[in-house]
Design a protein around this ligand. Structure first.
Ligand code: GUN
Ligand code: ZN
Length: 439
């Protein structure tokens, strides 16, 4: 194939996953090249490997060489709320009070399409600056908040997943739809956006507290009609929430059982939090091949609890796990900060989340949970060229620490504990540099 004028080779240190570090040793899971190269054309990764081989096979292509930087797949944030970008760091409450006091008032403003677009733009620019190239995002109940989000993503060429929040009780009246209106609006949006360009539609009943049985049934019916769409919701985050759900659905054995009853589990489902699960719930998620988003900064900030990744990803479990900022219950849009919190949450439970596992969760794990792992989250021929270039010496303090690092694993660990958006030297979307903006 003759390269097009947009063809590009990124040369530097490269990191890709060739296996699952929850199942094999880190060195077997990861392909690291100290002098690697990625040949990009037509928005896709065409080849990758040692630089000398990639360069020899593709002469005459523009080369961007950053020998001291690390090139890897862009981060995939498995669960975030773009309307909550403006309420990050809202003080002093646990989940249910926090929703009523901060979240719902903020979300009411997204009835205004201009307001929604302004925050969609701000949120997506923050994603680019932090190396997040794909996210599964809750907008609000308003259809215009979905259009604003997908339009803003499309402007940037970003692969994004989202869908109208469905909620018909226990929220301000102006944030509530009805089972029929929620179904109709979601169906219209799904028809408009699912698989259009780089958009994926996600059927999004907020959680069992804010949806009646009729609405959950409508969401389940919509998913059955459109099985290639995704489904996201929240589960088992907070003790008061769990008690409330038990009182609202007394005939269900547990919280996951509510979603089971309405056809809302299985591959393509994405349950946010999943902290206080019973044995039956752990088994049900695994037996159905369901997905989970781990939201560690949010779980610490709201005092929700400690999610058990080791059990979720124990060999034999079929639950997929991704990593998530949960903006704005989460406190940082940086996936470095999110990996650090994930490490700390597991440390508190006596488990060490090594860097191979942490970076895997933040890329391949999230991509698998969103059923997009054939397209994004890794470096391999045919995959979309959503890539980040990491500067491992982004601050004087990190640079001092890096002077004493002797392996790629230590370097990756230092980044996940110490780095922030200053370490994202560049973010490429479908082979085009979007941060800093291309000249
Ligand atoms: N459960 C239901 N809605 C939300 C939300 O917006 N944030 C979090 N953290 N949990 C939820
Ligand atoms: Zn959430």
């Amino acid at each position: 194939m003759t390269p097009t004028k947009n063809a590009l080779i990124l040369r530097g240190q490269t990191l890709a996953f060739r296996g699952d570090p929850f199942l094999v040793a880190p060195d077997d899971a990861v392909a690291y090249e100290s002098d690697g190269a990625i040949f990009i054309d037509d928005g896709l990764i065409q080849a990758s490997g040692p630089a000398d081989a990639v360069l020899a096979a593709n002469p005459g292509v523009e080369i961007r060489h950053t020998p001291n930087h690390l090139i890897m797949a862009g981060f995939v944030d498995c669960h975030a709320h773009y309307p909550q970008y403006e309420i990050i760091a809202s003080y002093g409450e646990q989940l249910l009070e926090w929703l009523n006091r901060y979240t719902f008032p903020a979300e009411l403003k997204f009835a205004d399409p201009d307001y929604a677009r302004r925050y969609a733009d701000a949120y997506l620019d923050a994603c680019l600056a932090n190396g997040i190239t794909t996210a599964s995002v809750y907008p609000t109940v308003h259809p215009q908040s979905v259009d604003a989000f997908f339009e803003a993503a499309d402007t940037r060429g970003m692969r994004m997943a989202s869908g109208k929040v469905m909620m018909d009780r226990n929220a301000p009246p102006d944030l509530c739809d009805t089972p029929q209106a929620g179904y109709d609006e979601a169906k219209a949006l799904l028809t408009k956006w699912h698989d259009r360009g780089r958009s994926t539609y996600v059927i999004t009943p907020r959680f069992a507290v804010t949806s009646t049985a009729d609405q959950l049934a409508a969401a389940g019916a919509l998913w059955a009609e459109h099985p290639t769409a995704l489904m996201q919701t929240h589960v088992s985050e907070n003790h008061a929430e769990i008690e409330l759900v038990a009182s609202l659905f007394p005939d269900c054995p547990d919280y996951v059982g509510v979603y089971e009853k309405f056809g809302l589990i299985g591959p393509g489902s994405n349950f946010g939090h999943a902290i206080h699960l019973t044995d039956r719930e752990f088994d049900l998620l695994s037996d159905t091949g369901s997905g989970v988003s781990h939201c560690p900064t949010s779980n610490l900030f709201l005092g929700s609890g400690l999610m058990n990744i080791a059990r979720m990803r124990t060999p034999g479990s079929s639950t997929t796990v991704g990593l998530a900022t949960d903006i704005g219950g989460g406190t940082s849009i940086s996936m470095f900060a999110t990996m650090r919190a994930a490490y700390e949450v597991q440390r508190l439970q006596g488990y060490s989340l090594d860097p191979a596992k942490a970076y895997y969760l933040a890329t391949v794990g999230s991509a698998k949970t969103l059923r997009l792992d054939n397209h994004i989250g890794n470096i391999a021929p045919g995959m979309e060229a959503d890539l980040i270039v990491i500067d491992p010496r982004s601050t004087p303090q990190i640079s001092d620490r890096m002077d004493h690092v002797t392996s790629i694993w230590e370097a990756l660990f230092v980044q996940m504990i110490m780095a922030d958006d200053r370490a994202i030297a560049a973010t490429y979307i479908a082979g085009k540099r979007q941060h800093p903006a291309s000249v």
